[in-house]
Design a protein around this ligand. Structure first.
Ligand code: OAD
Length: 268
Protein backbone atom coordinates (compact mmCIF):
# COMPACT_ATOMS: atom_id res chain seq x y z
CA UNK A 1 0.00 0.00 0.00
CA UNK A 2 1.66 3.29 -1.12
CA UNK A 3 1.58 6.08 1.43
CA UNK A 4 -0.89 8.87 0.88
CA UNK A 5 0.75 12.07 -0.43
CA UNK A 6 1.59 14.29 2.54
CA UNK A 7 -0.10 17.44 1.19
CA UNK A 8 -3.32 15.49 0.66
CA UNK A 9 -3.13 14.13 4.20
CA UNK A 10 -2.52 17.63 5.50
CA UNK A 11 -5.46 19.02 3.53
CA UNK A 12 -7.71 16.19 4.73
CA UNK A 13 -6.72 16.70 8.37
CA UNK A 14 -7.39 20.44 8.12
CA UNK A 15 -10.59 20.24 6.07
CA UNK A 16 -13.84 21.26 7.70
CA UNK A 17 -15.81 19.84 4.77
CA UNK A 18 -14.81 17.25 2.20
CA UNK A 19 -16.50 16.34 -1.08
CA UNK A 20 -15.54 13.15 -2.86
CA UNK A 21 -16.56 13.21 -6.52
CA UNK A 22 -16.66 9.69 -7.91
CA UNK A 23 -16.95 8.15 -11.36
CA UNK A 24 -16.97 4.70 -12.89
CA UNK A 25 -13.39 3.94 -11.75
CA UNK A 26 -14.67 3.97 -8.16
CA UNK A 27 -16.58 0.76 -8.85
CA UNK A 28 -14.09 -0.83 -11.28
CA UNK A 29 -12.53 -2.98 -8.56
CA UNK A 30 -16.02 -4.22 -7.68
CA UNK A 31 -16.20 -5.69 -11.16
CA UNK A 32 -18.39 -3.02 -12.79
CA UNK A 33 -16.82 -1.94 -16.09
CA UNK A 34 -15.94 1.70 -16.69
CA UNK A 35 -17.15 3.50 -19.80
CA UNK A 36 -13.77 4.70 -21.08
CA UNK A 37 -10.11 4.45 -20.29
CA UNK A 38 -9.47 0.75 -20.76
CA UNK A 39 -9.91 -1.78 -23.52
CA UNK A 40 -12.83 -3.22 -21.56
CA UNK A 41 -14.62 0.16 -21.29
CA UNK A 42 -18.30 -0.15 -22.15
CA UNK A 43 -18.16 2.53 -24.87
CA UNK A 44 -15.41 0.54 -26.63
CA UNK A 45 -17.84 -2.34 -27.06
CA UNK A 46 -21.22 -0.64 -27.22
CA UNK A 47 -22.58 2.40 -29.00
CA UNK A 48 -23.56 5.01 -26.38
CA UNK A 49 -26.02 6.68 -28.72
CA UNK A 50 -27.83 3.37 -29.35
CA UNK A 51 -27.95 2.40 -25.66
CA UNK A 52 -27.90 5.59 -23.63
CA UNK A 53 -29.84 8.26 -25.49
CA UNK A 54 -33.52 9.11 -26.04
CA UNK A 55 -33.07 8.46 -29.78
CA UNK A 56 -31.60 5.01 -29.13
CA UNK A 57 -34.53 4.22 -26.83
CA UNK A 58 -37.05 5.37 -29.43
CA UNK A 59 -35.33 3.32 -32.15
CA UNK A 60 -34.99 0.04 -30.26
CA UNK A 61 -36.38 -0.14 -26.70
CA UNK A 62 -35.91 -3.94 -26.57
CA UNK A 63 -32.18 -3.60 -27.19
CA UNK A 64 -31.84 -0.85 -24.58
CA UNK A 65 -33.94 -2.72 -22.00
CA UNK A 66 -31.96 -5.94 -22.51
CA UNK A 67 -28.69 -4.04 -22.03
CA UNK A 68 -29.94 -2.41 -18.83
CA UNK A 69 -31.15 -5.77 -17.47
CA UNK A 70 -27.58 -7.02 -18.00
CA UNK A 71 -26.20 -4.01 -16.15
CA UNK A 72 -28.72 -4.41 -13.29
CA UNK A 73 -27.44 -7.99 -12.97
CA UNK A 74 -23.82 -6.76 -12.84
CA UNK A 75 -24.61 -4.24 -10.11
CA UNK A 76 -26.63 -6.74 -8.07
CA UNK A 77 -23.76 -9.24 -8.22
CA UNK A 78 -21.13 -6.64 -7.26
CA UNK A 79 -20.04 -5.82 -3.73
CA UNK A 80 -18.67 -2.51 -2.44
CA UNK A 81 -14.87 -2.52 -2.61
CA UNK A 82 -12.38 -1.37 0.02
CA UNK A 83 -12.57 2.18 -1.36
CA UNK A 84 -16.35 2.44 -0.90
CA UNK A 85 -16.03 1.01 2.61
CA UNK A 86 -13.21 3.38 3.61
CA UNK A 87 -15.17 6.41 2.37
CA UNK A 88 -18.18 5.39 4.47
CA UNK A 89 -15.92 4.90 7.51
CA UNK A 90 -14.27 8.28 6.96
CA UNK A 91 -17.71 9.95 6.82
CA UNK A 92 -18.49 8.63 10.31
CA UNK A 93 -15.72 10.74 11.80
CA UNK A 94 -15.62 13.74 9.44
CA UNK A 95 -18.02 15.78 7.29
CA UNK A 96 -17.52 13.87 4.04
CA UNK A 97 -20.13 14.07 1.28
CA UNK A 98 -20.13 11.90 -1.83
CA UNK A 99 -21.18 13.24 -5.23
CA UNK A 100 -21.24 10.43 -7.75
CA UNK A 101 -21.80 10.02 -11.46
CA UNK A 102 -22.31 6.31 -10.85
CA UNK A 103 -25.75 4.80 -11.17
CA UNK A 104 -24.86 1.84 -8.95
CA UNK A 105 -25.70 1.75 -5.23
CA UNK A 106 -22.31 0.62 -3.92
CA UNK A 107 -21.66 3.80 -1.89
CA UNK A 108 -24.96 3.29 -0.06
CA UNK A 109 -24.37 -0.43 0.40
CA UNK A 110 -20.97 0.38 1.93
CA UNK A 111 -22.73 2.65 4.44
CA UNK A 112 -22.42 6.16 2.94
CA UNK A 113 -25.52 8.09 3.89
CA UNK A 114 -24.89 11.41 2.15
CA UNK A 115 -24.69 10.65 -1.57
CA UNK A 116 -25.77 12.88 -4.47
CA UNK A 117 -26.41 10.87 -7.65
CA UNK A 118 -25.86 13.13 -10.64
CA UNK A 119 -26.82 10.54 -13.26
CA UNK A 120 -29.74 8.81 -11.53
CA UNK A 121 -29.94 5.23 -10.35
CA UNK A 122 -29.89 1.95 -12.21
CA UNK A 123 -32.24 0.56 -9.56
CA UNK A 124 -34.93 3.18 -10.23
CA UNK A 125 -37.39 2.74 -13.09
CA UNK A 126 -40.21 4.91 -14.32
CA UNK A 127 -42.86 5.09 -17.02
CA UNK A 128 -41.50 6.75 -20.13
CA UNK A 129 -44.84 8.53 -20.60
CA UNK A 130 -46.46 9.35 -17.24
CA UNK A 131 -43.28 9.15 -15.13
CA UNK A 132 -44.80 6.83 -12.50
CA UNK A 133 -42.17 4.82 -10.64
CA UNK A 134 -42.05 1.08 -11.37
CA UNK A 135 -41.33 -1.69 -8.86
CA UNK A 136 -37.58 -2.31 -9.01
CA UNK A 137 -38.07 -5.78 -7.51
CA UNK A 138 -39.83 -6.86 -10.69
CA UNK A 139 -36.92 -5.63 -12.82
CA UNK A 140 -34.36 -7.29 -10.56
CA UNK A 141 -36.27 -10.57 -10.95
CA UNK A 142 -36.31 -10.10 -14.73
CA UNK A 143 -32.56 -9.38 -14.70
CA UNK A 144 -31.95 -12.56 -12.70
CA UNK A 145 -34.00 -14.53 -15.19
CA UNK A 146 -32.19 -13.00 -18.20
CA UNK A 147 -29.26 -14.88 -19.58
CA UNK A 148 -26.61 -12.47 -18.34
CA UNK A 149 -25.78 -11.49 -21.91
CA UNK A 150 -25.56 -7.78 -22.78
CA UNK A 151 -27.06 -7.92 -26.26
CA UNK A 152 -30.29 -9.69 -25.44
CA UNK A 153 -33.44 -8.02 -26.75
CA UNK A 154 -36.14 -7.91 -24.08
CA UNK A 155 -39.44 -6.06 -24.28
CA UNK A 156 -39.69 -3.47 -21.48
CA UNK A 157 -42.71 -3.90 -19.18
CA UNK A 158 -45.81 -1.72 -19.46
CA UNK A 159 -46.50 0.93 -16.87
CA UNK A 160 -48.99 -0.30 -14.24
CA UNK A 161 -50.37 3.21 -13.69
CA UNK A 162 -51.18 4.62 -17.13
CA UNK A 163 -50.93 1.21 -18.88
CA UNK A 164 -49.99 2.91 -22.17
CA UNK A 165 -46.35 3.83 -21.53
CA UNK A 166 -43.42 1.45 -21.28
CA UNK A 167 -41.01 1.42 -18.36
CA UNK A 168 -37.53 2.93 -18.86
CA UNK A 169 -34.36 2.99 -16.77
CA UNK A 170 -34.16 5.87 -14.28
CA UNK A 171 -30.72 6.95 -15.42
CA UNK A 172 -29.66 10.10 -17.24
CA UNK A 173 -29.03 9.55 -20.92
CA UNK A 174 -26.94 11.71 -23.23
CA UNK A 175 -28.80 14.91 -24.01
CA UNK A 176 -31.08 14.65 -20.95
CA UNK A 177 -31.25 16.91 -17.92
CA UNK A 178 -29.85 15.82 -14.59
CA UNK A 179 -32.32 14.86 -11.83
CA UNK A 180 -34.01 17.92 -10.35
CA UNK A 181 -31.70 19.70 -7.93
CA UNK A 182 -28.85 17.19 -8.15
CA UNK A 183 -26.30 19.44 -9.84
CA UNK A 184 -27.30 22.39 -7.66
CA UNK A 185 -26.77 20.21 -4.55
CA UNK A 186 -23.37 19.13 -5.88
CA UNK A 187 -22.27 22.71 -6.59
CA UNK A 188 -23.44 23.84 -3.15
CA UNK A 189 -21.48 21.01 -1.50
CA UNK A 190 -18.34 21.80 -3.51
CA UNK A 191 -18.61 25.52 -2.74
CA UNK A 192 -18.58 24.72 0.99
CA UNK A 193 -15.72 22.24 0.76
CA UNK A 194 -12.08 22.76 1.70
CA UNK A 195 -11.03 19.52 0.03
CA UNK A 196 -12.45 17.97 -3.14
CA UNK A 197 -11.19 14.50 -3.91
CA UNK A 198 -11.87 13.39 -7.49
CA UNK A 199 -11.84 9.60 -7.84
CA UNK A 200 -12.12 7.44 -10.93
CA UNK A 201 -13.64 9.81 -13.46
CA UNK A 202 -12.34 10.73 -16.89
CA UNK A 203 -13.76 14.24 -16.45
CA UNK A 204 -15.23 14.19 -19.93
CA UNK A 205 -18.94 14.37 -19.20
CA UNK A 206 -20.54 17.70 -18.35
CA UNK A 207 -21.82 19.22 -16.19
CA UNK A 208 -20.15 16.89 -13.62
CA UNK A 209 -16.78 17.69 -15.18
CA UNK A 210 -17.15 21.32 -14.13
CA UNK A 211 -17.14 20.51 -10.40
CA UNK A 212 -13.33 20.30 -9.95
CA UNK A 213 -13.09 23.74 -11.61
CA UNK A 214 -15.74 25.11 -9.24
CA UNK A 215 -13.64 23.69 -6.39
CA UNK A 216 -10.55 25.53 -7.64
CA UNK A 217 -12.51 28.77 -7.99
CA UNK A 218 -13.66 28.65 -4.35
CA UNK A 219 -10.14 27.88 -3.15
CA UNK A 220 -10.57 24.23 -2.17
CA UNK A 221 -7.66 21.81 -2.33
CA UNK A 222 -8.29 19.49 -5.29
CA UNK A 223 -6.79 16.01 -5.38
CA UNK A 224 -7.24 13.28 -7.96
CA UNK A 225 -7.06 9.52 -7.46
CA UNK A 226 -6.86 7.80 -10.82
CA UNK A 227 -4.35 5.38 -12.39
CA UNK A 228 -4.52 7.35 -15.68
CA UNK A 229 -4.19 11.02 -16.64
CA UNK A 230 -7.54 12.78 -17.06
CA UNK A 231 -9.05 16.18 -17.83
CA UNK A 232 -8.87 16.93 -14.10
CA UNK A 233 -5.18 16.09 -13.64
CA UNK A 234 -3.97 19.48 -14.89
CA UNK A 235 -5.98 21.48 -12.39
CA UNK A 236 -5.50 19.25 -9.36
CA UNK A 237 -3.12 20.33 -6.60
CA UNK A 238 -2.24 16.67 -6.06
CA UNK A 239 -2.48 13.73 -8.45
CA UNK A 240 -2.23 10.28 -6.92
CA UNK A 241 -1.73 7.60 -9.57
CA UNK A 242 -3.42 4.79 -7.71
CA UNK A 243 -6.74 3.02 -7.64
CA UNK A 244 -9.80 3.71 -5.54
CA UNK A 245 -9.62 0.46 -3.57
CA UNK A 246 -5.93 1.00 -2.74
CA UNK A 247 -5.67 4.74 -2.24
CA UNK A 248 -8.79 5.60 -0.24
CA UNK A 249 -8.18 2.98 2.50
CA UNK A 250 -4.54 4.11 2.66
CA UNK A 251 -5.61 7.74 3.05
CA UNK A 252 -8.22 6.97 5.71
CA UNK A 253 -5.78 4.72 7.58
CA UNK A 254 -3.24 7.57 7.63
CA UNK A 255 -5.86 10.04 8.86
CA UNK A 256 -6.63 7.75 11.78
CA UNK A 257 -2.97 7.44 12.67
CA UNK A 258 -1.90 10.32 14.93
CA UNK A 259 0.62 12.58 13.16
CA UNK A 260 4.13 11.81 14.39
CA UNK A 261 5.79 14.65 16.21
CA UNK A 262 9.11 15.67 14.72
CA UNK A 263 10.90 16.18 18.00
CA UNK A 264 14.27 17.75 17.28
CA UNK A 265 17.13 15.77 18.76
CA UNK A 266 19.22 18.12 20.77
CA UNK A 267 22.84 17.68 21.58
CA UNK A 268 23.74 15.51 18.59
P1 OAD B 1 -15.24 6.88 -17.44
O1 OAD B 1 -15.40 5.47 -17.85
O2 OAD B 1 -15.31 7.94 -18.46
O3 OAD B 1 -13.82 7.03 -16.72
C1 OAD B 1 -13.41 6.10 -15.77
C2 OAD B 1 -12.13 6.60 -15.13
O4 OAD B 1 -11.81 5.71 -14.09
C3 OAD B 1 -10.92 6.64 -16.07
O5 OAD B 1 -10.28 7.89 -15.94
C4 OAD B 1 -10.02 5.53 -15.55
O6 OAD B 1 -8.63 5.82 -15.69
C5 OAD B 1 -10.41 5.48 -14.10
N1 OAD B 1 -10.20 4.20 -13.41
C6 OAD B 1 -10.21 2.95 -13.93
N2 OAD B 1 -10.03 2.05 -12.97
C7 OAD B 1 -9.90 2.73 -11.80
C8 OAD B 1 -9.70 2.36 -10.44
N3 OAD B 1 -9.61 1.09 -10.08
N4 OAD B 1 -9.61 3.34 -9.51
C9 OAD B 1 -9.72 4.64 -9.87
N5 OAD B 1 -9.91 5.05 -11.14
C10 OAD B 1 -10.00 4.11 -12.10
O7 OAD B 1 -16.27 7.11 -16.25
P2 OAD B 1 -16.96 8.45 -15.77
O8 OAD B 1 -16.01 9.58 -15.80
O9 OAD B 1 -17.67 8.14 -14.53
O10 OAD B 1 -22.84 8.65 -18.03
O11 OAD B 1 -18.02 8.68 -16.93
C11 OAD B 1 -18.91 9.75 -16.83
C12 OAD B 1 -20.21 9.37 -17.45
O12 OAD B 1 -19.99 8.91 -18.79
C13 OAD B 1 -20.89 8.18 -16.78
O13 OAD B 1 -21.63 8.55 -15.64
C14 OAD B 1 -21.79 7.70 -17.87
C15 OAD B 1 -20.83 7.76 -19.02
O14 OAD B 1 -21.40 7.89 -20.28
C16 OAD B 1 -24.08 8.23 -18.18
O15 OAD B 1 -24.39 7.05 -18.21
C17 OAD B 1 -25.05 9.35 -18.29
Amino acid sequence: MRDAPSDLVEAARAARRVVVLTGAGMSAESGIPTFRGTRSGLWERFDPMALASPSGWAADPELVWGWYLWRVGLVRAAQPNAGHVALAQWARSAPVRVVTQNVDDLHERAGSADVVHLHGSIMAFRCSECGAPYDSGLVVAAAAAASGRPALQVAPPRCRECTSGVVRPGVVWFGESLPLGAFEAAVAAVEEADLVLVVGTSGLVHPAAQLPMVARQVGAFVAEINPEPTQTSGLAHEVWRSTAASAIPALVHTLWTPPCKDTPLEGF
